[in-house]
Design a protein around this ligand. Structure first.
Ligand code: SAH
Length: 360
């Protein structure tokens, strides 16, 4: 979960591309798991650069418009207010990117008296520098374990879970196997691993046609357990926003994005952003198994509209008429079914004794 550890052979191979390191490793020891491949590739990818900045690889909702962070800030302030306005509250964000969401959310929520301590869980040294500029006074953590345990947490994670290493299981003629990454000449190719993995697939999902792929994300599960337990022990609420599905499904959702284009995930590990869809059904079940309350999972479009994003766009356009068209474009990108409105989901969680959250 952290980027603090050294990558494969980093001490002796400084300067080598991750492709070269993977090729040597696979040639010596055989195929590596896709989970291992994705974990190392993303650690390398995020550690050194700002993928969201000008000339970056992809754009996220908070970078499209301030309205996104503002709606999240209003949601937090509203729920926190109805839960009793605890002053010892912590704002926690997982993978804050450029710090834009936190800046916009905290500015909007401050008007309602929400002035939390700010804790960022961020692995990338390059992004920490940018976050410090956006949100002065924040505290950084490599993972959730060092975030304070002494007050309610209001936690936000936008496009964080999708970047965590996914594990794929594939149904072969011999039963379920883990999907691995092997070599065909110099090229990385997915291959089925040698070990039987039937026990890793839930019994009711085992009977599938040959070639079926099932994804699981142990690292995301770990995050949901930790957040679920903290909500029960400390109080508070959490919002997970990501692309994904609210019902269990099959098939590979692994994708790589570079310079705003989809590219082959096996072409250049460490040089493109690797993601997989988030399984919100499992995520909710894990949090509930800890005793936390699942408030609901809504599409991003519906959730933002209930929170009042259209009215906010109108108010901003009235104040700055020259921005009206840009605001309308941003609103469309964030909420339209053909854009981010349906593919992206918002999942709310809360402590069992906290009230309902808006928008679910
Ligand atoms: N939330 C931001 C950024 C999304 S990109 C936005 O919406 O714009 C993913 C973010 O998660 C980056 O900040 C990245 O550095 C961070 N991240 C990815 N994997 C991580 C890990 N294993 N541990 C800590 N941070 C991680």
């Amino acid at each position: 979960m952290t980027f603090g550890r050294k990558g494969l052979n980093e001490g002796s191979d400084k300067g080598d591309s991750l492709s070269a390191i993977f090729r040597r490793l696979i040639a010596t020891t055989g195929p590596i798991s896709l989970m291992h491949y994705m974990g190392e590739a993303n650690a390398r990818y995020y550690a050194s650069k700002d993928p969201l900045g000008a000339g970056g690889d992809f754009v996220t909702a908070p970078e499209i418009s301030q309205m996104f962070g503002e709606m999240i800030g209003l949601w937090l302030a509203d729920l926190w207010g109805r839960a009793g306005m605890r002053q010892d509250v912590h704002y926690v964000e997982l993978g804050p990117g450029r710090g834009t969401l936190a800046r916009d959310a905290l500015r909007a929520a401050r008007k309602f008296g929400f002035r939390p301590e700010v804790h960022f869980v961020e692995g990338s040294p390059a992004l920490r520098v940018i976050q410090a500029g956006a949100v002065p006074g924040a505290t950084w953590h490599d993972d959730l374990s060092t975030v304070p345990t002494d007050g309610p947490i209001m936690l936000v994670a936008n496009e964080f879970l999708d970047a965590l290493p996914t594990r794929q299981l594939v149904r072969t003629a011999e039963g379920w196997r883990e999907r691995m990454v092997g070599l065909n000449g110099e090229r990385f190719v997915p291959v089925a691993g040698p070990q039987p993995m039937d026990a890793a697939v839930a019994e009711d999902r085992r009977a599938q046609p040959e070639g079926t792929i099932i994804e699981t994300c142990p690292a995301a599960a770990t995050v949901l357990y930790e957040v679920g337990h903290r909500l029960v022990r400390q109080g508070g609420a959490a919002l997970f926003i990501d692309y994904g599905h609210a019902e269990p499904r099959t098939g590979s959702t692994l994708q790589a994005v570079r310079a705003h284009e989809k590219v082959d995930p096996f072409a250049a590990p460490g040089e493109a952003d690797l993601t997989a869809h988030v399984d919100f059904a499992i995520s909710a079940r894990i949090a509930e198994s800890c005793g936390a309350r699942w408030l609901g999972t809504a599409t991003q479009g519906d959730w933002l509209r209930v929170l009042g994003i259209s009215q906010r766009a109108q108010a901003l356009a009235q104040a700055a008429p020259d921005q009206a068209e840009a605001l309308d474009t941003a609103l469309h990108r964030l909420t339209d079914d053909a854009e981010m409105g349906t593919l992206f989901k918002v999942m709310g969680l809360a402590s069992p004794d906290w009230p309902d959250g808006a928008g679910f």
